[in-house]
Design a protein around this ligand. Structure first.
Ligand code: F6P
Length: 345
């Protein structure tokens, strides 16, 4: 068999480990031919690729980024130009046939899974692998990239503690996550955040400031406020951290500073757990292809690696649900999520 691998959407640690997992298993275990498609779906549209041999897949396990490159190309989005617009899906199918591929492994997040499901409708065999630091792909317990990002963000919060303590300040840190607050929640908990604001829980600034003032009155020398980038706020504020810090300053007079962690969360070498997860996902993808099982996304359920239908995943988002156990435990410890705060609790 001859398979293609592409990485699409925002990058994250573990992409190369996944490419290696798919590629090595396909070549070593099943004797398949593997090609790497450049820059996500753009590579399929432009027929840009390179043959990946086993030696080329060595030495990439620990590398951040993706050796294939990535893009946010949406091949099924209708172009605004009525004239001169190319039929991208048609081109993709043509190139898939010309390259004599038996399957394309699409490594990506929600958008990629949606596009992969649409490729399947064109008659292309696809397998999806879920990655993203946001951990918001439906149908799997966890995406690779998440564990590494939790580590990076936790390290950043740890460092804020010491400087916050020196200056007796309130530190607001903005963590990535537009629609899902997994990363802010996990890093916030691992880093001992006092306030954690995520898009899934509606917050009230009066609650947040009352909580912070109460801490100050209890002679707590400083506070750490962890904020997901996607929390609701007045439209004019591009940065969640800036808005929250400014509001805290204005309402309380507390000496407050903001930090936006940004793309550091997506860069660098994957954590050991992400290397293992990406390798397991990749190897499983090759096994599915060998068994000629397509139209699936590789997933994790407990400790088992399995798969779910791409059509079930497409268009869905996995957010922090109501009643999440970590949130419940955090509340028990006195962490404030901005929705309510009872002094006497
Ligand atoms: O990969 C997911 C993510 O990191 C989001 O948390 C973030 O909002 C987004 O990507 C930004 O990525 P880009 O600027 O590459 O579109």
């Amino acid at each position: 068999m001859r398979i293609g691998i592409l990485t699409a959407g925002g990058d994250c640690p573990g992409l190369n480990a996944a490419i290696r997992g798919v590629g090595k298993t396909a070549i070593v275990k099943y004797g398949m031919e593997v090609i790497g498609i450049s820059s996500g779906f753009l590579g399929l549209i432009n027929k840009e690729y390179e043959v990946l041999t086993e030696p080329q897949l060595s030495g990439i396990l620990t590398l951040g980024g993706t050796i294939l490159g990535t893009s946010r190309e949406k091949p099924f989005k209708k172009s605004k130009e009525i004239f001169n617009s190319i039929d991208k899906p048609k081109l993709i199918k043509k190139h898939y046939d010309e390259l004599e591929l038996d399957c394309v492994v699409c490594i990506g997040g929600n958008g990629t899974m949606k596009n992969a499901a649409k490729l399947a409708e064109l008659g292309i065999n696809v397998i999806g692998l879920p990655k993203t630091i946001d951990n918001d792909v439906w149908g799997t317990d966890v995406t690779f990239g998440f564990d590494s990002a939790v580590g990076i963000a936790t390290d950043a919060i740890d460092r804020l503690h010491s400087t916050a303590n020196s200056h007796k300040r309130t530190m607001v840190i903005e963590i990535m996550g537009h629609d899902a607050g997994w990363l802010a929640l996990y890093a916030g908990m691992a880093g001992g955040g006092d306030v954690i604001l995520i898009p899934e829980i509606e917050y009230d600034m009066d609650v947040v400031t009352k909580y912070l003032l109460d801490r100050a009155n209890k002679k707590k020398p400083y506070s750490i406020v962890v904020v997901a980038e996607g929390i609701k706020r007045p439209e004019k504020y591009k940065s969640a951290a800036y808005y929250i810090a400014k509001t805290i300053r204005d309402k309380t007079g507390l000496d407050t500073r903001e930090t936006i962690l940004g793309y550091i969360q997506r860069g660098g070498s994957p954590s050991p757990m992400d290397r293992i997860l990406a390798t397991r996902y990749g190897a499983y993808a090759a096994e599915l292809i060998h068994k000629k099982q397509f139209g699936l996304m590789v997933s994790k359920d407990g400790d088992s690696i399995g798969s779910v239908l791409l059509t079930d995943v497409a268009g869905k988002l996995r957010i922090v649900p109501k009643g999440n156990r970590l949130v419940a435990k955090a509340r028990g410890l006195g962490v404030c999520f901005g929705d309510y705060y009872c002094k006497d609790e």
